[in-house]
Design a protein around this ligand. Sequence first.
Ligand code: PA5
Length: 456
Amino acid sequence: MKLDFNNMMQNGMEAKIAKLAPQIKAANEAMVTKREKMAWRDLPYNQERVVKEMSDYVNEMKGHIDAFVVLGIGGSALGPLAVQQALNHPFWNELPREKRKDYPKLYVLDNVDPERLVYFFDTVDVTKCLFNVVSKSGSTSETMSQFMIIQQILEEKMGKEGAKSRIVCTTDAVNGNLITIAKAEGYKYFIIPSAVGGRFSELTPVGLLPAAFCGIDIKGLLVGAAQMDERCKEADIYKNPAHMYALLHYIGMTEGKNISVVMPYADSLKFISDWYAQLWAESLGKAVDNNGKIVNVGQTPVKALGVTDQHSQVQLYAEGPFDKIIVFLGVDEYRETITIPKTYGDMPSLGFLGGVTHNELIKTEQAATEYALTKANRQNMTITLPKVTAHTLGQLLYFFEVATAYAGELLNIDAFDQPGVEEGKNATYAMFGRPGYEAKKAELDAAPAKSDKYVI
Ligand code: PA5
């Protein structure tokens, strides 16, 4: 995996980086001293036993189920989707079973939109699904409510013992209700290390179990992550891709670049942008810094897809406000090649396409868009994977995690909490009258009522 940041280096960027040497040094040190908050950095090295356990479980279950269904949200849902999309056939669930080598279909049910769940039940035989209830906290309402609905359906159809064979939990070893339930009901469970937070948990059983159930080389993901870990130990910022990515975004934030666009030029990497959006937004969007000072920092991640969004968002990127850093995510070698026939050689606007491959077309359009944005003085950089494999994907995921943590250090904020999300959760509990949330309920009741004047 390569990071090309040439198009960030105009307007005295080298001098700006040089001036930040003290902050870079402090951030480098923090990445070492705060290691206990970054247990996700050990994941490439300490999961041999659990990888074996997962593989054995897949072999035991695979022939008995049609679909593996993740019940999770946020950090417990976005990674499994991104990895599946990146490494497996884009129409995996539509493939006949033998083409999936007997591995199950994969569904990720994150939202609690009632229509989605009901319509999902129309498409599968629930008794042939294995439901993976994933929750680090073990108490997220969305996930736990889905679990309770599905548990009831399974028990009605299969009895308690039958249902037991269709539920597997992934959660913290001690905290939350899910581990208590899993133990009490006798469900199979996998553990998320307690010091690994939700959005940094993709390389734990949160992401590895669904991937293993879809035949993905999970050891390859971890080996790729370990390789990136080595590169991210480099103190020289010009040799450390994740630190450089973070630093350039940090400088951008100080100059009003409040938007971080990630634009893969590969459908396989489309959901990486969704996963990145949560990681970058939830980690860096913070009201106060480590000294308790109000800072209201962060950068809004925007998900785009090349070339699709050239026909949608790129006009804005090229001519709108100078408030974005655009990250192209490219691939050297696509897994397939397709050639355009020379059908209309006599038509100049079509003739030039004859004999060209879609591989050349997408890569040329990426290069052309990069050129056009750079010409318009728009900051951009390019991450390139030689090919999308478990190995390079492991590198990419780990790269973004380190970049996020390092950006947090540069911003002097806690990248690992999410107080803004908690507020909404607590308000929901209060509205439902959950015991312990009486004060919050009183606060909500005291809030000024909305005026009908502004509802038309
Ligand atoms: O990053 C986070 O911590 C969150 O986005 C969580 O992943 C999300 O809220 C789901 O939490 P949990 O896994 O505890 O159910």
